[in-house]
Design a protein around this ligand. Structure first.
Ligand SMILES: Cc1cc2nc3c(=O)[nH]c(=O)nc-3n(C[C@H](O)[C@H](O)[C@H](O)COP(=O)(O)O)c2cc1C
Length: 318
């Protein structure tokens, strides 16, 4: 299986737990994201038929190609989780998380902890590949710690195990999200494998996307934190790559999008839950605007779409 998903661009939207919900993915798609990922889901929880976990794997046709990202450490369970994803969801590919730095995950030997165990990486990817016929991709970090940078070795193992694409976040686990991502490691991975490479880490502008593509030779780029409250970043990256003019959104457009996003979450998850989930997104949308901290405080207390609307409308009139 090759990574043949008929992609319409080079800019993906990186998986983010608590951010990459279905309504937001549809917004990112509308701005031109060529590929989307779900939030990470536990392979074990899928095997136990956990309802909340299943819900995270809901995908709609309109989203285009979406991968379900699974995490775990046991090859058979990862394979079974992948089988479930292929059989019961609209995922077009499986992505395996080998980058999560969170102590609870790392403590279980999952996420970025896998980088310390290349033999297990090979077992997991081989087992998952055997279990499904859709492509299998893996997201890694530069390494676990500064003294154990091994993305190149890991990428070669992934390729040899049948992985169809590798995404590289140029930070170590120990860095979490701090410091600067090392794009050199992305270039080194690109020069070491034949499978497509997606670069990740510190893309906050269209220029960053072009710089990463040019300096590393990677095939695709994938912003993450820059997309929080700013789905326009996908368009900005695409415009920069295509050499077309990008016009940033007006304050009114930002506030309209914030309300639209909250309303879609309310529609999807029910008003109470949806607005609760929307609060973080809403605070990102208003970041940097005049009166942002007052707006944020008010939005944190909002419980209905109507309340969100009246707060945002008030914000625009300042
Ligand atoms: C809130 C948050 C949640 C994240 N969740 C995931 C996740 O579920 N799976 C994953 O592979 N990476 C996850 N990441 C990591 C991002 O996909 C990305 O690798 C990282 O933020 C670096 O890219 P950036 O510098 O553009 O933010 C998450 C990051 C953040 C900030």
């Amino acid at each position: 299986m090759s990574f043949d998903l008929d992609l319409k661009g080079k800019v993906f939207a990186a998986p983010m737990a608590g951010v990459s919900d279905l309504p937001y993915r549809k917004i990112l798609k509308s701005f031109g994201a060529a590929l989307l990922f779900t939030e990470m889901v536990s392979a074990k929880a899928l095997c136990y038929k956990d309802k909340k976990t299943y819900r995270l794997t809901n995908i709609e046709d309109i989203e285009g190609p979406v991968g379900v990202q699974i995490f775990g450490s046991e090859p058979e369970i990862m394979a079974e989780g992948a089988r479930i994803v292929q059989a019961q969801t609209k995922a077009r590919f499986i992505d395996i998380n080998m980058g999560c730095p969170v102590p609870k995950i790392v403590g279980n030997g999952e996420g970025s902890a896998l980088l310390k165990n290349p033999a297990l990486i090979a077992e997991i990817v081989t087992a998952v590949k055997k279990a499904v016929s859709i492509p299998v991709t893996v997201k890694i970090r530069a390494g676990f710690s500064p003294d154990t940078i091994n993305a190149v070795e890991v990428a070669k193992i992934l390729e040899a195990s049948g992985c169809d694409m590798v995404s590289v976040h140029g930070r170590t686990r120990e860095q979490y999200y701090s410091g600067k991502a090392d794009w050199n490691i992305i270039r080194e991975v690109k020069n070491s494998v034949k499978i497509p490479v997606c670069g990740n880490g510190d893309i906050f502008s269209g220029k960053d996307a072009v710089d990463m593509l040019e300096s590393t030779g990677c095939d695709y780029v994938m912003p993450a934190r820059g997309l929080m409250g700013n789905p326009w970043l996908i368009k900005e990256c695409n415009c920069a790559i295509d050499g077309t003019v990008y016009t940033p959104p007006s304050v009114e457009e930002r506030l309209d999008m914030a309300l639209y996003h909250a309303a879609k979450l309310a529609e999807y998850a029910g008003e109470r839950n949806g607005i609760r989930q929307a609060r973080a997104h809403l605070s990102w949308y208003v970041k940097g605007l005049r009166g942002a901290s007052r707006l944020k405080n008010a939005l944190t207390a909002a419980c209905t779409v109507a309340e969100v609307e009246s707060i945002l409308k008030g914000g625009n009139e300042e």
